[in-house]
Every structure is written in C-alpha cells, then in structure tokens.
Design a protein around this ligand. Structure first.
Ligand code: G6P
Length: 614
C-alpha cells in the first residue's frame, strides 16, 4: 500500500530512487513521484500512472541531486491523478513529504489548517501533514525534526513518512507508526525503503524503524532516532537484511507470477528445510518450540488473516482439527478486530500473512495480545511488523513474492501449517505413528508432485483459451478442497477480472445453481477424497443444467474425466495434503486466462500486494 524510497549520499539519487520505486511497485501503481534536493531548492516531479511513466516524464528534466524521496501510490483518499500523487509540498515549496498509511483525523486537521489560511492542492489525507509540519516549524521556530515530532503527536492513524527540506539539503527525516520503513547504511550514505527491495543492491546493514520512531539521516552523520512521545534518543539496532538481489529478478519468465508459480517446488522444500527429521520422527519448528506446550493445551486456535493467507488458514482448520484435535476458528482479520471477540488467555491466535504488514492482521494481533492470548505468526517477509509483533512464529522461507496475486506464499504457508499440526499432534498423541509417517512421507513427495503438475502448463494454457470471453465462473470443492476452490476463484477474479465464486460443492444447490447455463464454466475439484461420490453427484447436477465442467481429478480417474468437458489430472496424495497440489492447476489457469485477456498479471488494476491500510 504505497511504496517509499529515499536516498542521501554522494551518488546520484535519481537512478537509485527510480530503481527502488520499480522494485516497490507491487505496493501500488496509481501514481508516482519524486522530490529531489537540488541546492537550496526542491525539484518536484510527479505524474499519474506507473513508475515507468514518471521516468519518461523526467527524461528531459533536471534530475541532478544527491538526496531525494520517492513514492509509488495506491490511492486511498483522492482519485489517482497527478494532483494527488506524492510528494506533497508545503506552501513555501520548502518541505516535501511522502506518506504510506492513512491520517484518520485528516478532516479535522484540514478544516483547522484551512481556517488559518492554508490552501490545499490535493484531495489526499497526506497533504495535511506537510502543512501541519510547516505551521509548527514556522510558529515554534524549532528544528524541522522537532516540528515533525510535535505534529505527529496530534495525528491519528498510520504512517511511514519521508520528508525533505530545502533549508537542509541532504537531510531526510523519517517517521513510522503502523506502516513499515527501514534504513540501510552504506558508505557515508543512507538508503530508505518500505521494504528491503530498494536497499539490498547497495547494503545489507539495516535498521527496521519501530512504531513511534522519528529518525534523521544525513550523509557523513550518524543516524539519530528519537521517540515521538518523549523525545528520548534511541540506539539504532543494526541487523542483516535477509534478501538476495537475484530473488528480485524475473529470471527469464514473462511475469513474476509465472516465475513464482514455477518456484513452488523449491519454496515448499525451503519451507520444510531443517524442520523435518524423518529418521528421528521429529518435526521441529525452531521458532515456536517454547510455545508448543501452550499450543498443545490451547482451548482453541483462532486463525486470523486476509486474502490468500485467509485461505491457507481455512486449510489449516482441517489440519489442526483432524490430526491435532484442537478446535479452530478462522476469521478475516478485518472482521475479528472490530466485533469485540471473546478471546481467552488460553487461546492461541495464529496470524498468517505473506507480507507481515497487512494492517488488519496486525491490528488483530495487537488485540489478541491485549487480551492476554498467545500469538503465533506465520509470515514470509523476514523482519516484518508481524514477525516482530508476535510472541513466536515461523517464517515460510518462500523468498520474495512480487506478483500481486499470491501463489508460492500460499503453498509455503500451508506447508508450514502442516508441519505445525504434525508437530503438535505427535506431542499431544492424537496421531498414530503410522499415520504420522504416512503424512510425512507424502509431504516429502509434494515438491516433486508440484513439478509434475507444472509440466501440464501447455495443456492448461490450451484449456484457458475457452475462458477468454467468459464473464463468470464457479469453483467447487469439498472438504480440504473447499478453500482451494475459494483460492482458485480469487486468483481468477483478481488477475483476469472475470467474476468468479468459490463454493462448497454441496452448497451450490442453495443458490449458485441458478446461475448455471451453457455459458457457465464450473471448475470442480474432484480428487480422491472421502466425499468423491458426493462430488460426482454435484457434477451431474451441473451437467443437467448444461454447465461446462473443468475438473481437477486424481491421475487415473475415468468417471469424472468422462463427464468433463476438460480435465486436468494431478498425482495422488493423502487427502489432507491435497490443497498443496490441487491449487497449482488453478493458479496456472488464472494466469493463462489473464494473459490471453491482455491483463497486467503482475499488477492487476486497483490491487496492491501489501495492504497496510484498513
Ligand atoms: C492483498 C494481496 C493478496 C494477499 C492479501 C493478504 O490483498 O493482493 O495477495 O493475500 O493482501 O496479504 P498478506 O501479506 O497479509 O498475506
């Protein structure tokens, strides 16, 4: 949700800023802008559209500068146009500011500032910040960083800010509450980013700012961090950035999404690495060892997440209830946090998030912590807010996921949740050793089976040609395949803009069946399952209404295959692990449909990968 990049040092700032913005574009791509420190002036360039548009716009401008701040926007307040693009300038043109987050009390602040004569150029919530800071700066005659600190005391909401001042070329002021921001230190220079992607090429030594921090960076000077509330100075905690540059490249694939789909065998293996000791019958997730007894004795698990991560949570419900016999509730974080939920001290909350920055998920975690529950995190981005906000947790180790539609993060999340369920089940004694061995054996084979499915890419591409002109699609699945149906539908709608619904197969007759006619593609997950026969009946119901069946079946199936218009065969596995492989053809199907429809697969309209606003 908006990406921030900043640089100050002796190198040319603009190329670093633009490259950084390109790497952060997954966070939003409604508009982009840059403010450059040029002598005692600020050069401001911004435009509607993508970072490439900004770069083109700047191609004939004077962009020489050794410090600057840059922003790529996902619009919240105010439509995506040039006026609303960041940076925003103070009235005297001497302060430029970029923001990721939401100023919740911006209307009150705006009214007050307007009554004092301030004129607003945009419809954003952000612009109030720059006027407010300038107001305090002029009135109180304090250093700019102090004006920022005082101003933020009156701001309700979330922010990651970077501020440039004409009076102090080279100095950048940063502040954080609720949205991520990290600072990398180079050779007498500083790099700033919403995540490590714009920084990793230059340095791996970083500080993750914490909520309530105001920081000042300037070349040749030490990083200074103070607390917004009490102005206390804080010692920066330097850490190693866990990221490689190669992971951020497309590696010959046409899109990041396709690359990430094909990376799944490795991502799944990496998420298991060092955690599975087959000889010793041990599954061990180092990050949660201390909390395993708590987890074993939990009254219940409450899983909170959003989007695709929520679907991984739904899969986990089957895993934990079936093998560890622990009651599980799975909730959209955004609903959970606002409905005054009953949370007990012996509840364990499991928060799942690829980015570790999703605002609603973080808020749900904070709520659970206040109520005294134990909070376990599962996330992909090392050092993210979620990783730091939870009592304990496990990383998914899937590597950076850049395509906005989540793929490898999902399968890695399900893998880690499976390991968690297995570990707890063994310790609790709810899973017989023979079954445990059987599941572990199957889990180890999953990467190879995913590989096998990836070889069907051309067949799936062919099938996708029949979707191009469709306006709707229904996805059906039962049991563990129900969350996969939801995930398949989400993939299709988010990248191809075809309306799609996922349903439990049996629920179809309580509504969606009314939609079925010869135009409606119905994608049915009909793999080997206890409920296979029931699924066959559901398929009959669709065929009777002339719906088109695209089935995902277990290799060797003939019954459903013969009933289907198109059929994709996947290898057999144990029922509980089916989601790890049955989701793969649905990811590929959505991908190819979207490409055929000419959609921007990696950056679908209106979406952002990291939703750090409510
Ligand atoms: C956005 C992304 C989805 C993602 C969801 C949750 O909607 O587009 O791909 O599943 O946020 O994100 P998280 O980082 O918390 O998993």
């Amino acid at each position: 949700m908006c990406g921030i990049v900043a640089y100050t040092g002796s190198n040319e700032a603009y190329p670093i800023l633009i490259k950084g913005l390109k790497r952060l574009e997954y966070r939003g791509y409604d508009s982009a802008g840059v403010a450059l420190s040029q002598g005692n002036k600020i050069g401001l360039y911004k435009c509607r559209g993508r970072v490439a548009d900004l770069d083109l716009f700047c191609s004939d401008k004077d962009i020489k500068a050794c410090a600057g701040i840059a922003h790529t926007r996902w619009a919240t307040h105010g439509e995506p146009n040039t006026q609303n693009a960041h940076p925003h300038l103070s009235e005297d043109g001497k302060i430029a500011l970029i923001h990721n987050g939401i100023v919740e009390n911006y209307l009150v602040l705006k009214k007050e500032l307007m009554s004092r004569g301030y004129k607003f150029q945009s419809n954003t919530d952000t612009e109030v910040l720059v006027h407010l800071i300038q107001d305090i700066f002029v009135k109180e005659q304090v250093p700019l960083e102090e004006a920022v600190r005082i101003a933020l005391g009156g701001v309700v909401g979330t922010y990651a800010l970077a501020i440039l001042s004409a009076d102090n070329p080279g100095q950048i002021i940063l502040a954080k509450k609720g949205s991520p921001l990290l600072i990398g230190i180079g050779d007498n220079e500083y790099y700033v980013g919403s995540d490590g992607a714009p920084i990793v090429e230059y340095t791996k030594k970083v500080v993750y700012l914490e909520d309530g921090d105001v920081a000042v960076v300037a070349p040749q000077k030490k990083l200074v961090i103070r607390n917004i509330n009490d102005n206390a100075k804080k010692r920066p905690y330097w850490q190693k950035l866990e990221m490689n540059l190669e992971q951020l490249e497309k590696d010959g694939f046409e899109h990041y999404m396709l690359k990430e789909i094909f990376e799944q065998p490795k991502a799944i293996r990496d998420s298991m690495r060092g955690r599975l000791n087959v000889q010793k019958d041990v599954v061990s997730l180092g990050g949660i060892i201390e909390y395993e007894t708590k987890m074993m004795n939990a009254r219940r698990f409450i899983i909170v997440a959003c989007g695709t991560s929520y679907h991984a949570g739904l899969v986990a419900e089957y895993l934990f209830e079936n093998i560890a016999r622990i009651p599980v509730e799975v909730e959209y974080a955004s609903e959970f946090r606002y409905r005054n939920p009953l949370i007990y001290e012996d509840d364990v909350i499991i928060a799942i998030s690829q980015s570790g920055e999703t605002a609603d998920t973080i808020a749900a975690v904070e709520l659970a912590k206040r109520k005294g529950a134990t909070v376990i995190g599962i996330c992909n981005v090392v050092g993210s807010t979620l990783a730091r906000a939870t009592n304990a947790g496990s990383y998914t180790h899937a590597g950076p996921e850049i395509g906005v539609a989540s793929t490898k993060a999902f399968t890695a999340q399900v893998t880690v949740l499976t390991l968690m369920a297995l570990s707890i089940a063994r310790k609790k004694g709810t899973l017989a050793l023979s079954e445990y061995h059987q599941i572990i054996g199957c889990l180890e084979d999953i990467p190879e089976k995913v590989n096998e499915i990836l070889q069907l890419d051309d067949i799936i591409k062919d099938i996708s040609t029949h979707f191009v002109n469709k306006r709707n699609a229904i996805y059906l699945g039962r049991g563990v395949n129900y969350p996969v149906a939801l995930e398949g539908a989400l993939k299709l709608k988010e990248i191809s803009y075809i309306h799609a619904e996922g349903y439990p197969s049996a629920e179809m007759k309580h509504g969606p069946i009314a939609l079925i006619d010869e135009e409606m593609p119905v994608i049915v997950l009909a793999t080997e399952q206890e409920t296979y026969e029931k699924t066959v009946s559901n398929i009959q119901e669709v065929i009777a209404r002339k719906g088109r069946i695209i089935s995902i079946v277990t290799k060797g199936d003939t019954l459903v295959k013969e009933m289907s218009n198109y059929c994709i065969e996947i290898p057999a596995t144990t029922e509980l692990l089916t989601p790890l492989i049955s989701c793969i053809p649905l990811q590929l199907l959505a991908y190819h449909v979207a490409v055929l429809r000419g959609c921007n697969v990696d950056k679908p309209r209106n979406l952002a990968k990291s939703v750090s606003v409510e």
